[in-house]
Design a protein around this ligand. Structure first.
Ligand code: SDX
Length: 430
């Protein structure tokens, strides 16, 4: 019976080490290099962690070659069709689908955690009105640990559950109030009779001075966007939350670090960059010129919303988003010239050798902005919407990290290429 190991030989010394192979449910096996440094005196080297597994996880699985995305084993297409964001939150946190009674109880719990401490309201007034709402999100989410001290024992499962529920419940309120503050508009409080996405849209767009009813098409579309963004394996922001949480930092501090990582235009900030890019392209006629720019390694222009570290096939979330674009624009009777440009851009790029050779396909961010524009969400709020959706993924992965039998503080090593050791030269001798 062949041994489930790989042998690594240092040909400069002839020294070898045998390393165990670990196999999962789906996807590539891994080589456990835990003894590599002890036995061979070397580290592995993998900038950007392109071929490095950082943990064992049971939460989400992506097959980048086939364009498959599973949340706790359930295909994203089936969840998009038959579930909703809060049920997916239950699934990601508890690892199984809820019964009707469990679902209703979970929704009730989340609903009754949507208010935030009144002291946090004053916190907003310290921000510049023109601040990017993601700057407000980083600050206010981090500040939650200054207001919610009562359930911060990260070794207590119930404390972790309450903190996770607080984050899932309060993120829409924090987000909507960031938007209202930027417009000088009054904060609208959560309404417990409204659904999760409906409540957010009400806090975003209603006014105390007149009745307001959330369009159910808009609420369903937003709920779907949140569901599609809920989790995605060990992406940059989730890895940030795991690393921050591995020092036993409180969940609000760890998630605040994740918010900061998500903000980057190469990650969650891409949805905002896609719409700005489509506006810059301006017309279908201009597309070829920008495709050429994307080819040019010297040109910093990239086709935002295209390409992915894992997906080398169509991002299944993008396919669902594109279908939803049609439905929402039609139902809301909105025609958006940017959608036409996006569809044509995708059609041309998918036939272009540069993109085909590099297996660059539309990702989750390519179409989401078109839908959010149709819902009246300002472009600067797109990554904030991503933050609301991804919160459950961050806290579920954080919880998994803390309950793992491999739990330890994350502390990568390096290849040192700096100056050799040398003696200090006093100033008068330089
Ligand atoms: C998200 O990790 C996740 O799961 C993230 C996410 C999640 O749900 O958490 O899916 C959400 O972040 C989606 C990605 C959103 N970002 C963008 O849309 C920004 C545009 N895309 C890229 O910058 C890029 O594709 C990345 C950052 C997404 C992935 O980068 P990689 O894996 O490091 O790949 P790379 O930069 O090494 O690119 C490989 C080649 C390069 O060309 P060569 O050096 O081989 O000649 O492809 C080129 C790149 O120049 N390339 C692009 C491109 N993306 C990659 N060229 C033009 N336009 C692009 N969009």
């Amino acid at each position: 019976m062949p041994k489930d190991t790989v042998t690594l030989t240092d040909n400069s010394t002839g020294k070898s080490v045998e390393l165990p192979i670990r196999r999962g449910t789906h996807g590539p096996a891994v080589v456990d290099i835990g003894n590599l440094y002890k036995d061979l005196g070397m580290f592995t080297y993998d900038p950007g962690f392109v071929a490095t597994a950082s943990c064992r996880s049971t939460i989400t699985y992506i097959d980048g070659e086939k364009g498959v995305l599973l949340y706790r084993g359930y295909p994203i297409e089936q969840l998009a069709e038959g579930s909703n964001h809060l049920e997916v939150c239950y699934l990601l946190w508890y690892g199984r689908l809820p019964s009707k009674a469990e679902y209703d109880s979970f929704v009730d719990t989340i609903t009754h955690h949507t208010m935030i401490h009144e002291g946090l309201k004053d916190f907003y007034s310290g921000f510049h009105r023109g601040a990017h709402p993601m700057a407000v999100m980083v600050g206010v989410v981090g500040a939650l640990s200054a207001f919610y001290h009562d359930f911060l024992d990260i070794n207590d499962p119930m404390h972790r559950e309450v903190s996770a529920q607080r984050l899932i419940a309060k993120m829409p309120t924090i987000a909507a109030w960031a938007h209202r503050y930027s417009r000088g508009q009054p904060f609208i409080y959560p309404q417990n009779h409204l659904g999760y996405a409906e409540n957010f849209l009400n806090m975003m767009f209603s006014f105390p001075s007149e009745p307001y009813t959330v369009n159910p098409v808009a609420a369903r579309a937003l709920d779907l966007i949140l569901l599609l963004h809920a989790d995605h394996e060990q992406n940059a922001s989730t890895s940030t939350v795991r690393l921050a949480g591995s020092s036993d930092a409180n969940p609000f501090a760890a998630v605040s670090a994740g918010v900061g990582a998500l903000w980057g235009p190469l990650h969650g900030g891409a949805s905002e960059s896609v719409v700005n890019m489509l506006k810059t392209i301006g017309s279908v006629a201009n597309i070829p010129k920008f495709i050429e720019r994307a080819h040019d390694p010297k040109d910093t222009f990239r086709l935002m919303g295209f390409g992915h570290r894992v997906y080398k096939h169509y991002d299944p979330r993008a396919a669902i988003m594109r279908r939803t674009c049609y439905d929402v624009l039609k139902a809301l009777n909105v025609s958006d010239p940017l959608f036409e440009i996006a569809l044509k851009l995708e059609e041309i790029a998918l036939k272009d050798d540069y993109f085909v050779q590099r297996k660059l396909y539309p990702n989750v961010d390519f179409y989401s902005g078109i839908i959010l524009r149709a819902l009246g969400i300002p472009t600067s709020m797109f990554t904030v919407i991503f933050t609301i959706g991804r919160t459950v993924g961050w806290v579920s992965q954080w919880n998994e990290m803390l309950t793992s039998d491999e739990r330890k503080i994350g502390r990568p090593r390096q290849l040192y290429v700096g100056a050799p050791q040398r003696d200090y030269v006093p100033l008068e001798k330089r």
